[in-house]
Each structure stands twice: as C-alpha cells, then as structure tokens.
Design a protein around this ligand. Structure first.
Ligand SMILES: Nc1ncnc2c1ncn2[C@@H]1O[C@H](COP(=O)(O)OP(=O)(O)OP(=O)(O)O)[C@@H](O)[C@H]1O
Length: 229
C-alpha cells in the first residue's frame, strides 16, 4: 500500500482547470520532489491533497484513508508545512505546540521532549510565551516548521521550506528531515531551491501547465528537465 496515492486528480479554480488527471504514488520512507516552473500547479496540488482546495474528480488516499470517505483519519495521517506560516494571533508559540500535541494525540512526555529539542535547535527558547505578531518572519516560519515536525505521521507535506530561514536554520531543518526519513516517514516536498531538494529526494514528479509530464529517479532529473524545456 502506498503512503500517498493521488489517482486521476483534477482541480478547477475560477472555472479554469488547473490540475488535469494527476496520478502518482509515494511509498513508505520515500522522498518525492514536486517540481515545475512558476504557475505549473505545485501549490494547487499540495493544497488539494491537504484539503484546503477541493478536487473536482479523482481520489486521494493517505495510508489507506480516503479523503472522501475517512476525512478524520486521513487528516491524522499527514502533517503539513505551508509556504506561508498560518499561525493564530491569539495563541503563544508554546500554545501552538500544545494545540498540535492535542490534535495529533502526542503523549505529554514526548511532546515536551520534542518541543525542548526543536526550540533549542531553532534558537527559540526565549520565545515560547510570545505571540506571532512579535516574531520576525523567519521565527514564524520556524514555529510553523516545529508544528509540522512534532507529530510522527506517515506523511509529511512540505511547501517551499527554505524561504526566510537563515543558513543555521536550514542546516538544522535538513537534519530534522533526515531524522524523519530514518524513521520511515514519507515526504512530499516542493521547492525552487533544486540543489537542496536534489540532496534529499529519491524521485521527482514534474508538472507543466497542470499536467504531470515526467517522473522518475532524482538522479535522472537534470537530463529530463533539459529535454522538456
Ligand atoms: N484562485 C485561483 N483562481 C484561478 N486560478 C488560480 C488560482 N490560484 C492559482 N491559479 C492559477 O493556477 C495555476 C497554478 O498555480 P500554482 O500556484 O498552483 O502554481 P505553482 O506551481 O505553485 O507556482 P509557483 O512556483 O509560482 O509557486 C496558475 O496558472 C495560477 O494562475
């Protein structure tokens, strides 16, 4: 059983077909890079998978749970790091982590251990009681990143992770990704920083004008993109 199955998924926005019959699979412990030029449909596909946008046809199944039939267990099977932080202005940094702990039923002990590790790694120890509005953009991105990394879900979905992070934070982020991969987490990642993604990913799928035009091993990526340009 694949960790993520995207089967013939189409999405229409403002009466325009943005995604056309996208089909691919992501297996346990695999890292799949979703690549394509600006406007190819990467964010639309990610938002469709996480349920921010509704697909018009097709099926999406995560770890055996179908988005249409079993939404609660579908949602518990992935965590999502969006391109722009989606923090709540009325919650402190710590309260965000506690909210994720509750939503994903993380035990108190694990939650505290993980929060300690991550806030130290991202240099946020003195920010736990701050509200998002008093944080810098990079700090908000770090908080959102920690929220996404706290749960141990079968699938981690990451949209443009390196935006706004300094070099130290990027190095720590890459280490966290490697830890997740070792644990068997499957990762779907999109980024314009292809050199970084190439170091992490096993396979890629290439979108062009809302269609999946190529997929394969990340090692073949350079040759193939040159051919399709
Ligand atoms: N709400 C919307 N209504 C209509 N069209 C939209 C909407 N959102 C995005 N689009 C269109 O969908 C297409 C795909 O956009 P999307 O943001 O998914 O691309 P992307 O591959 O993530 O691009 P980028 O690399 O620039 O982030 C574009 O042509 C865009 O203009």
């Amino acid at each position: 059983m694949p960790t993520l199955l995207v089967d013939s998924v189409s999405t229409v926005l403002s009466k325009k077909r943005i995604l056309e019959a996208i089909t691919f699979e992501l297996h346990k412990g695999e890292v799949l890079a979703l690549v394509g030029h600006n406007g190819a449909g990467k964010s639309t596909l990610i938002k469709t998978i996480v349920g921010v946008l509704n697909k018009t046809s097709g099926n999406i199944v995560i770890n055996g749970s179908d988005q249409d039939d079993d939404l609660l267990s579908y949602k518990q099977s992935f965590s999502y790091l969006p391109e722009e932080p989606l923090l709540l202005s009325e919650l402190t940094v710590l309260q965000h982590f506690q909210l994720y702990g509750k939503s994903y039923q993380i035990s108190e002990t694990s939650l505290h251990e993980r929060i300690d590790d991550y806030v130290t790694g991202f240099e946020l120890t003195d920010k736990l009681n701050e509200y998002p509005e008093s944080l810098s953009k990079g700090m908000r991105q770090k908080v959102q990143t920690i929220c996404a990394f706290l749960p141990d879900t079968p699938l981690l979905i990451i949209d443009e992770p390196f935006m706004g992070l300094d070099v130290y934070a990027i190095a720590y982020f890459e280490q966290l990704l490697k830890d997740k991969i070792v644990k068997g987490t499957s990762i779907l990642i999109t980024s314009h920083q292809l050199d970084r993604v190439k170091n992490i990913a096993d396979r890629y799928v290439l979108l062009q004008e809302g269609k999946l035009v190529q997929s394969g091993s990340i090692d073949d990526f350079d040759t193939i993109t040159r051919r399709t340009e």
